[in-house]
Design a protein around this ligand. Structure first.
Ligand SMILES: Nc1nc2c(ncn2[C@@H]2O[C@H](COP(=O)(O)OP(=O)(O)OP(=O)(O)O)[C@@H](O)[C@H]2O)c(=O)[nH]1
Ligand SMILES: [Mg+2]
Length: 227
């Protein structure tokens, strides 16, 4: 007998368990009035650079914190901590994505009521994270200009599971002859109507528009929570 049906069954159960925990997390986040945003992308797209910049810009005005997932090292947590926001590293070992239970464990000892925004940087991977709900309200998928405009077409599931696309490293666009129109067209082909931001964590270009979007999302989310 093939082992495949059993594997499928185990995978279904894992996902079901993840969904139950993610739902409970989402409820907790809503009750605490914290907007939770997760970041997914391929390795090296600029998640940590983007998040460090975000935390640094928001920290004086909002109560922000971050969780960051990697298979190994605490390097990203150390970079994010330079913003002076509370940060925790989640080391996944051999697992190529974060799961809701990992978020739940990492939040132990944190008072969610004391936060306005919580960011979660997922493990760099364009496949695995798409199947795992983390209880976040918004999922941003990052695509750097150096990766090629075709990534949304090649990895549609991750773009479909996200709410917002962020084109990163815009300062390098000219050097790599990035075709912005084509990238945006590919994003829209996979996820029609998806909001897209283009920015650079290095120069700060495009950060204002994205921060305004974040602020609108926070206000909208607290209005829904208190309704
Ligand atoms: N020129 C330029 N380089 C950038 C920018 N953002 C990130 N980088 C560089 O890109 C490389 C990878 O950036 P990271 O922020 O570590 O990317 P990441 O997505 O967090 O990587 P993983 O966590 O390993 O998946 C680093 O050398 C960054 O300095 C940017 O806006 N412009
Ligand atoms: Mg990183």
């Amino acid at each position: 007998m093939s082992a495949e049906p059993r594997l499928v069954e185990v995978r279904k159960n894992v996902l079901k368990k993840n969904d139950v925990i993610a739902r409970a997390l989402r409820e907790r986040f809503r009750e605490a009035g914290v907007l939770v945003v997760s970041l997914v992308s391929s390795p090296g797209s600029g998640k940590t650079a983007f998040l460090e910049k975000t935390l640094t810009l928001l920290h004086p005005h909002y109560r922000v914190a971050a969780l960051v997932g990697d298979l190994a090292t605490e390097n990203d947590a150390a970079r994010l901590a330079r913003s002076h926001a509370p940060v925790k590293q989640i080391m996944t070992g051999t697992v190529c994505h974060l799961e809701a239970a990992m978020i739940q464990n990492a939040l132990e000892g944190w008072e969610l009521n004391h936060l306005d925004l919580l960011f979660i940087e997922n493990v760099g991977n364009l496949v695995c994270p798409s199947s795992y709900d983390l209880g976040e309200e918004l999922r941003f998928v990052l695509l750097s200009v150096t990766e090629g405009e075709d990534k949304p077409l090649k990895y549609p599931t991750i773009f479909n599971s996200a709410d917002v696309a962020v084109i990163t490293k815009s300062d390098l666009a000219a050097v790599v002859e990035f075709d912005e129109a084509s990238a945006k067209c590919n994003i829209q082909a996979v996820r029609p109507g998806m909001e897209v931001f283009k920015l650079s964590a290095k120069t700060g270009e495009g950060m204002v528009e994205y921060l305004e979007f974040l602020e609108h999302s926070r206000v909208r989310s607290s209005a829904v929570a208190s309704a």
